[in-house]
Design a protein around this ligand. Structure first.
Ligand code: SAM
Ligand code: SF4
Length: 447
């Protein structure tokens, strides 16, 4: 029998799909590349914005003819849309069963160990008996297929309750993985040739943190970074996401000290306005953010800083929006993931504030801040013109090999050999555009 997993949303979901793959393959399912010939379709969903949920509901109609063609087809949903229970239609209640008559089962990602039992009921398949006795889904080894993009979760869930955010409700409270288990996973992928490790968690800076840690010389997260840096073969570490309120000096000091700390950090600002940050319950001020950037630049003057911004949050005035633009300009943030505020049921903002910025104003602010970022990014990228940069090739696409340089910029060169994926290639940059650098490989092509 064949399976197809469609993954939406963040790196955490991509990493979760790699564990789901392991379970399915242990049960004897074989991967296929589309809905059409699958006997099992799994949607690993995101619910950070309403649009992401609506996209899933919109798939319902496509599934009906597929089920007619293949009566054996079973369809399940996991990820952030599934919050309460796991099970098959009729056994558990979930609104997706009402909205999408073609869905057969749902499971919370935390309950991945129950997936073999669910599939046994639906497809009468056996296997993966060892899975059900594991006490955490993190104990399931991921099936990593792209060694150029390895995402390793260090925690799941979040304790922060930013007023707009569904994650603490969707994924529950923060649970951290055992350090030995993380290191074991890093060592395994490094032995297979992975060079860049991306650590994922909603707030990596509070990894294993507790009040009793105040006496510690170094936070548990800083200790984890040191240990990963020491693993043979690892020479780039990135992490997503560190909350600005919890970013500590010991982690900042590792930039410039550890060989694998790249000149890039993703530091989500959300808004440059003190009053909006307060309404968002972010618990830091624009000045705190400025201070973090100043310290990071004192360690690495050319560090590239990417961020997340929400435009049109409840009550955001033109003046407050301009405070975001001004801070971005002042700090020369060169990559912004911009989102239009989307009200999520059950969050503090939904319960206590009005989603009162008209959609047209949200769209207009989205456009203006994106234009601002394009200009900053274009200027930042000019420094690479004529210089040698080292790309970790991620894919071959339309006649180009592309991947990231340490500064998190996409760079590309003309090539069509898939064997380059996962390899380093040096290029001399002759074009520096806002989204991408381009150039010719410097022989030898691979290092
Ligand atoms: N933990 C990260 C942090 O502290 O910023 C963010 C994780 S969140 C899943 C990813 C991004 O989605 C956020 O940074 C935010 O910009 C965006 N986001 C979350 N909730 C949103 C909402 N209700 N409307 C629009 N964007 C939202
Ligand atoms: Fe959501 Fe805030 Fe937690 Fe990030 S830190 S996942 S934005 S609640």
């Amino acid at each position: 029998m064949k399976y197809f997993i469609q993954t939406y949303g963040c790196q955490m979901n991509y990493s979760d799909s790699e564990r789901i793959t392991t379970v399915l393959e242990k049960m004897g399912y074989e991967k296929t590349d589309g809905f059409q010939d699958a006997d099992l379709i799994l949607l690993n969903t995101c619910s950070v914005k309403q649009k992401a949920e609506d996209r899933i509901y919109g798939l319902g109609e496509q599934f009906a003819p597929l089920k007619e063609q293949n009566p054996n087809l079973k369809i399940g949903i996991t990820g952030c849309m599934i919050r309460k229970e796991s099970g098959i239609r009729g056994e558990v209640k979930h609104e997706v069963f009402d909205i999408m008559p073609t869905i057969d089962f749902v499971f919370r990602i935390k309950d991945l160990m129950q997936l073999p039992e669910i599939l046994h009921k639906l497809h009468h398949v056996g296997g993966a008996d060892d899975i059900k006795n594991l006490c955490s889904y993190f104990h399931i080894n991921p099936t990593i297929t792209n060694l150029a993009q390895v995402f390793i979760p260090i925690s799941n869930g979040c304790n922060n309750f930013c007023s707009y955010c569904i994650v603490p409700y969707a994924r529950g409270r923060e649970e951290c993985r055992d350090i030995a288990e993380i290191l074991d996973e890093v060592e395994k992928v490094a032995k297979r040739g992975a060079k860049e490790i991306n650590l994922v968690g909603q707030n990596v800076s509070t990894y294993n943190a507790s009040d009793a840690d105040l006496h510690l010389k170094e936070s548990h997260f800083a200790q984890l970074l040191r240990k990963i840096d020491a693993v043979e073969g690892v020479d780039r570490i990135r992490f997503y996401t560190v909350h600005p309120k919890d970013m500590t000096n010991d982690v900042i000091n590792l930039f410039g000290e550890l060989k694998s700390m790249v000149p890039h950090i993703h530091l989500p600002l959300q808004s440059g306005s003190e009053s909006v940050l307060k309404r968002m319950n972010r618990l830091y001020t624009p000045d705190r953010f400025r201070e973090l950037v100043r310290k990071l630049r004192s360690r690495m003057p050319n560090i590239s800083i990417s961020t997340d911004i929400i435009v049109g949050f409840c009550g955001e005035t033109e003046k407050e929006f301009m405070e975001s633009c001004n801070l971005i300009r002042e700090l020369k943030i060169d990559l912004i993931y911009v989102s239009k505020y989307s009200e999520r049921k059950g969050t503090l903002a939904e319960k206590t504030m009005k989603d009162d910025v008209p959609l047209d104003a949200k769209k207009e602010r989205f456009f203006r801040i994106t234009e601002l970022m394009k200009n900053i990014s274009h200027d930042y990228n000019q420094q690479f013109k004529g210089r040698k940069v080292k790309i970790l090739v991620e894919r071959i696409n339309k006649g180009y090999a592309d991947g990231k340089i340490p500064e998190f910029k996409m760079a590309r060169f003309k090539a069509d050999d898939p064997k380059l994926i996962g390899k380093y290639v040096n290029i001399k940059v002759d074009k520096a555009m806002e989204w991408c650098l381009e150039g010719e490989p410097i022989p030898p092509a691979t290092l």
